[in-house]
Every structure is written in structure tokens, then in C-alpha cells.
Design a protein around this ligand. Structure first.
Ligand code: ADP
Ligand code: MG
Length: 343
């Protein structure tokens, strides 16, 4: 009932600059439990690998010593068991389990104890008993120890006795590596272009990154077509969640305003035609989308009739130059931006 999640191993944890410290500390803690980095405190925003890493610690300890007693549970579960034990007068049993017969105690999401005075009290004594017996304690949280609300000062200070390591949102290369790893595990064929697009669109949450890949796979399956760049562009272009400060102005508004200004049809704007009468308005519209809507190149390409991200990049570069040298281009941008209300 204290089973570790069998999928969360060091082997399938992708290491990059964003999680290197937490990873190294987890390896060290699991190779000499209770001796270095005790307690180990790992914090990050949601979906960045805390639960994965601390499960991996448990697995590694058990690999090295099969009879090691590893307890892994969420702070919520610790709380519930404690309350249950109190109500059923089984507190001795509870203490025997968490203080007496345990070599490694992993408590996930300790912030759950915020404001729970009695459970904090119990955990404080649990912590002390284990610590003084040189047992490894591993704790995760969604914030830095000092920032956990309504947490006893003495617990906060204990959380900092060992090593406090954070995990940041992964960089582009790490996101791509995570996607590759996931695709390999799920036996999906993942092209470099699709991996890059997904990694560019989903930036701040690994769970969402993995979820997006799996959604694309399901979609490809349902439509009986390969998971290729066209499918990915279409799916990600349509379902891009709006950011917190979702803009009023949309890609469509900009496209419409550009068409009006240059007196061309929306179909032409979205086409692949390279005639300057069409390509200049298209490039200008792409440029404004990039400058004003905070959308990635692939996202913009997807919305302009499935153009490649390099097409958008080139358009952006070209117009950036022309803005300086060509009055006509400069003026067009001003008018279009004013029309959509972002001048
Ligand atoms: P947290 O506990 O920080 O909210 P999780 O550990 O639950 O995050 O991670 C969310 C998902 O992302 C899990 O499926 C996990 O396996 C995966 N994940 C996170 N970081 C990595 C990584 N560096 N390498 C591989 N998978 C990762
Ligand atoms: Mg977690």
C-alpha cells in the first residue's frame, strides 16, 4: 500500500540544466541514505518532476538493499492516517510505523500540512525521531520552505538542515529530450519536426508536454493518419490554450486588417503564392502576429495555412529590415495595428 510508482525511475528521468541539482542530490541521497543531504527537500511548480524524482530515490534504495524499508506517501495521506489513528486509538501503531520501522521516509507535497497544527506537531516528532536515527527523509513542496504558508517555524528550519533543491521549467532541448523519451516508451514514431513544434508550443509543464504528445497520437490514430507535422500543426494551432493575459486581438483580426489594407482576399493571404502583391501583405501580417501576439513561429505558421516555422522566421526577419528602410511598409504596419487596436 506504500507502493512506489513503478514508472518513475532514474532511468527515464531526463536530466537538463533545469533539474540537474535536484537530480544529483536525489542520486546522492539514495546511494547513501541518511548520510548526505538529510533531509532532502525538493520544490518546484506543478508538473516538473518532483514526484517522479522522489519515487526514483525509493526505487534506487530498494535496488541497493532489498530489505530497506521505504515509506512513500503524500502529506495528505500522512494527515489522513494520523487522524484515523487518533480517532481509533491506534496512535502507537502509527508511530511505530513512521518512527520505528522506516529507513527512508518520503513525504510528497508537504505544503498540504499548511495550517494543520496537530499534524505538523506529529510530523515534527516523526522528523526528529528519524533524523536522530540517521534515517533518510525526503520532502517535496510546491514552494521554497520559507514560503510554505502556515507552517511551523521549527519545521521550516528543519527542512533546511540538509539540501534544498529546486526544479525549474525545462529548456527547449530538455523538453525535446523528454518528448523523445516518452515517445520511445510509448513506441510512437516521433519526427524531429513534430518534437520541435510540441516543445515550442508547450513550455512550462512536463505533464502537459507529455499529455500533448499523447493527444496527438490518439488523434493520429482516430484519423488513421501518421503523426506528422501537418497533423501536429493543425491540432496545436486549433487548441492552443490562451495565456493568462489572452489578447483581445487575434491572428484572424490581423489577417483581416492586412487584407483590407492591401485589398487582397483572405484566401490569397493564406495561400502559398509568392507574388509580391500577396507575399508582402502575408509577411507583414506574420510580422505583426509575432511582434504583438507573443505567439511562437510554429504557432503563427499553423494559422497561416500550415506554413513552416522557418517561413514565418524569414518573414519576420525580412519585415524587421524593411520597417527601417521602407516607408510604405512602415506605414502599412502602423495602419493595420491601429485598425486592430494595438498601435
Ligand atoms: P510534480 O510532482 O512536480 O508535479 P511529476 O513528477 O508528477 O511532477 O511529473 C509530471 C510528469 O512529467 C510525470 O509523468 C513525469 O514522469 C514527467 N516528468 C517530469 N520531469 C521529467 C523529466 N525530467 N524526465 C522525464 N519525465 C519527466
Ligand atoms: Mg507531485
Amino acid at each position: 500500500s506504500y507502493a512506489l510508482n513503478p514508472r518513475y525511475l532514474f532511468d527515464n528521468f531526463v536530466v537538463g540544466p533545469s533539474n540537474q541539482l535536484a537530480h544529483a542530490a536525489s542520486i546522492a541521497a539514495s546511494s547513501s541514505p541518511g548520510k548526505r543531504y538529510n533531509p532532502l527537500f525538493i520544490y518546484s511548480k506543478v508538473g516538473l518532476g518532483k514526484t517522479h524524482l522522489v519515487n526514483a530515490v525509493g526505487h534506487r534504495v530498494l535496488e541497493d538493499r532489498r530489505d530497506a524499508r521505504v515509506l512513500f506517501l503524500s502529506a495528505e495521506r500522512f494527515t489522513n492516517e494520523f487522524i484515523w489513528a487518533l480517532q481509533h486509538k491506534r496512535i502507537d501503531e502509527f508511530r511505530a510505523r513512521y518512527r520505528g520501522s522506516c529507513d527512508v521516509l518520503v513525504i510528497d507535497d508537504i505544503q498540504f500540512l499548511a495550517g494543520r497544527e496537530q499534524t505538523q506537531e506529529e510530523f515534527f516528532h516523526t522528523f526528529n525521531a528519524l533524523y536522530h536515527a540517521d534515517k533518510q527523509i525526503v520532502v517535496t513542496s510546491d514552494v521554497y520552505p520559507q514560503h510554505i504558508p502556515e507552517m511551523q517555524e521549527r519545521l521550516i528550519s528543519r527542512f533546511q538542515w540538509g539540501l534544498v533543491a529546486d526544479i525549474q521549467a525545462p529548456e527547449l532541448d530538455t523538453r525535446i529530450a523528454i518528448l523523445r523519451k516518452k515517445a520511445e516508451q510509448e513506441q510512437l514514431h516521433l519526427g524531429d519536426d513534430v518534437a520541435l513544434l510540441v516543445a515550442q508550443v508547450v513550455q512550462s509543464n512536463v505533464r502537459e508536454l507529455e499529455g500533448t504528445l499523447l493527444r496527438l497520437a490518439v488523434l493520429a490514430d482516430a484519423q488513421q493518419r501518421p503523426l506528422d507535422i501537418e497533423l501536429a500543426r493543425m491540432a496545436l494551432g486549433a487548441h492552443q490554450p490562451k495565456g493568462r493575459d489572452a489578447r483581445q486581438t487575434s491572428v484572424e483580426d490581423i489577417q483581416r486588417a492586412a487584407c483590407e489594407y492591401f485589398q487582397i482576399g483572405i484566401k490569397e493571404l493564406m495561400s502559398d503564392r509568392r507574388h509580391r502583391n500577396v507575399s508582402l501583405p502575408r509577411m507583414i501580417a506574420m510580422y505583426i502576429c509575432r511582434e504583438r501576439l507573443d505567439l511562437s513561429y510554429p504557432m503563427i505558421g499553423a494559422r497561416f495555412g500550415n506554413k513552416d516555422h522557418t517561413t514565418v522566421m524569414n518573414a519576420h526577419r525580412k519585415i524587421s529590415g524593411l520597417v527601417e528602410s521602407d516607408e510604405r511598409v512602415k506605414r502599412a504596419i502602423e495602419v493595420i495595428e491601429r485598425k486592430v487596436g494595438i498601435s
